[in-house]
Design a protein around this ligand. Structure first.
Ligand code: ZN
Length: 289
């Protein structure tokens, strides 16, 4: 019998538009079309079923009614019975709010932030298909103003990336230990500074540095709260991870994950606060599968 293993769909949908969801992997490779046609879909808000589509196939195009604005829907493809394990969450927003709240994602390459080229770039090349999981960290380096976990300028980000290149020289070597470093900007943007990068092993999570991408938020999220636009910033991070998986060859990313979440916290595998309680409490909102 056919079983759906994974599903993809948007993190945010504007009400009164059509959202597309896809069943993306199964218990068999290349299932025949007649089996795919038997896939049903159920949509829930909290525990209540709000829509059901029988024999809709592996792709669902859902016209989101205005009445769902402000809700988060859980979309589940299934053959036998729906399960939150194989589901995707979409926040339904109205058109006005998505413009206010949407975060731009900006990637700063090592050349962009001015990595020192006299220091050897560290990390061994890792094939994209070998990446199976994501670990989230925080750097515990804060901004010295009233908003410790929020950054005001791109120049500040570049300077902090250069600091990260050598700050753990003694124990982790003279390079940024993480794959990428995330900066929550005051204007709502999310900047990802390239550390080791997405194609090299890291030095962020002992025992997991080859199979995992390590993303670290710049700040101390144990002792300081998340910034005001954090929800849309982690939605931007989720979209970036989804794009890696669906379009850039990270086809196995997310096949290893903890119960109830799609990303690991550093503290899932080590006695540590990392990535801080304020991020830890929001980790289930990082969704890319
Ligand atoms: Zn950590």
């Amino acid at each position: 019998m056919l079983l759906v293993r994974t599903v993809s769909g948007p993190a945010e949908v504007v009400a009164q538009t059509t959202a597309t969801y896809r069943a993306t992997s199964f218990n068999m490779s290349n299932p025949p079309a007649e089996l795919l046609r038997q896939i049903n879909w159920e949509i829930k808000i909290d525990r209540e079923t709000v829509a059901r589509f029988d024999d809709a196939g592996d792709t669902l195009r859902f016209d989101v009614p205005a009445s769902m604005t402000g809700e988060t829907i859980r979309v589940m493809p299934f053959v036998n019975s729906p399960s939150p394990v194989v589901s995707v969450l979409s926040r339904i927003v109205d058109e006005g709010s998505i413009h206010q709240e949407s975060s731009n994602l900006i990637i700063l390459s090592r050349a962009d932030w001015g990595a020192r080229t006299d220091l050897l770039r560290l990390g061994a090349i890792v094939d994209r298909s070998r990446r199976t999981k994501v670990f989230i960290h925080h750097t515990v380096i804060v901004d010295n103003d009233a908003t410790a976990n929020q950054w005001e300028s791109v120049d500040e980000v570049k300077q902090k990336m250069r600091q990260l290149q050598t700050v753990r020289r003694q124990d982790l070597g003279a390079d940024v230990p993480y794959s990428m470093v995330a900066f929550c900007m005051a204007n709502g943007d999310l900047i990802l500074g390239e550390g080791r990068g997405i194609d090299r092993s890291g030095a962020h999570t002992s025992g997991h540095n080859t199979a995992a991408l390590g993303i670290s938020f710049q700040g101390d999220f144990e002792h300081h709260p998340v910034p005001a636009q954090f929800n849309s910033q982690i939605a931007a991070l989720s979209n970036w991870l989804r794009q890696l998986r669906e379009q850039q060859g990270f086809v196995n990313l997310g096949t290893e994950r903890p119960m109830g979440r799609e990303v690991f916290a550093h503290r899932d595998v080590r006695a540590s606060d990392c990535p801080g309680v304020h991020i830890f409490n929001r980790l289930s909102a990082i969704r890319f599968l």
